[in-house]
Design a protein around this ligand. Sequence first.
Ligand SMILES: Cc1cc2nc3c(=O)[nH]c(=O)nc-3n(C[C@H](O)[C@H](O)[C@H](O)COP(=O)(O)OP(=O)(O)OC[C@H]3O[C@@H](n4cnc5c(N)ncnc54)[C@H](O)[C@@H]3O)c2cc1C
Length: 273
Amino acid sequence: MKQYRPDDEVDFLIIGAGASGGIMAKQLSTAGFSVVVLEQGPYLREKDFEHDEIKNTVLSGMTNHLARQPHTYRTSDSETAKVPNQKFIQYGRQVGGGSVHFTANYWRLWESDFRQKSKWGGVQGASLADWPITYADLEPYYTKAEEELGVSGLAGANPFEAWRSKPYPLPPLPIKSSGVLFERATRKLGLHPFPAPMAILSQPYRGRGAPPPPQYAGHRHSHCRENRPLRNSPELLHPQNRNQLGRTCDRRHLLRRRPPRSVPARQGRSCLR
Ligand SMILES: Cc1cc2nc3c(=O)[nH]c(=O)nc-3n(C[C@H](O)[C@H](O)[C@H](O)COP(=O)(O)OP(=O)(O)OC[C@H]3O[C@@H](n4cnc5c(N)ncnc54)[C@H](O)[C@@H]3O)c2cc1C
């Protein structure tokens, strides 16, 4: 990665190497612009991750710290904004931002999400508005993002999802025992269980990893060390890292319990998260 001196002029300065800042940096720099990204948090390496939700989240190990990154709030214009006693805004504080430790659910919005005001009417005292764009405007970008990240899912399995121009690039993550039970129970209730789209590789993808069966416990806040979601910014900013991705998730302790024999693991039938 190119380094700049403080007095070098660049085309773009991006503050925050989170999910969107990292992608902006990648798109702009591959289009030939010079880009500097300023990130307040560290660049974490594999050795820096611990499977410890208390440390990572409650004690702000991987998230914003109220004393060092204070946020304020007020309920009306006439009040003075205060720092709260506990944080109510939480975000990932490292290169990659929230994408480093997020749950990796990768949902698209529904078409109706873009016109909530037209659909339901306004809310008194609130500034509810329809989006100025539609699902159709965003659809090509959803598809591109899913392809670049390597999202695992089963197109059409969710009878309520919006139309899509392409299937997911990867098949859904394998089901585990509790997912099978969940699927059976919800089908009995007349519901529609389906594999959730996840930004975690279910197969090797574009040079990223050749994993043993992927293992994912639906736990968040800890970062899946291996076979992990693509941490948008770190991997996109450091293309050399991309070949190292996609092994077995660190959360395997939750999955050592084998599914009951009568409930075999199946692919693409249901999911946990
Ligand atoms: C615990 C958790 C679980 C989540 N799970 C999911 C999920 O499963 N699916 C999903 O789609 N979304 C999930 N999200 C939300 C998702 O992570 C965010 O929507 C996404 O990361 C937002 O991207 P962003 O680029 O706007 O901000 P962020 O990814 O938060 O990035 C902001 C970056 O800016 C940096 N920064 C902030 N201020 C400064 C400053 N003054 N100077 C320098 N750097 C600065 C921060 O350190 C951070 O790295 C989750 C979020 C959290 C916190």
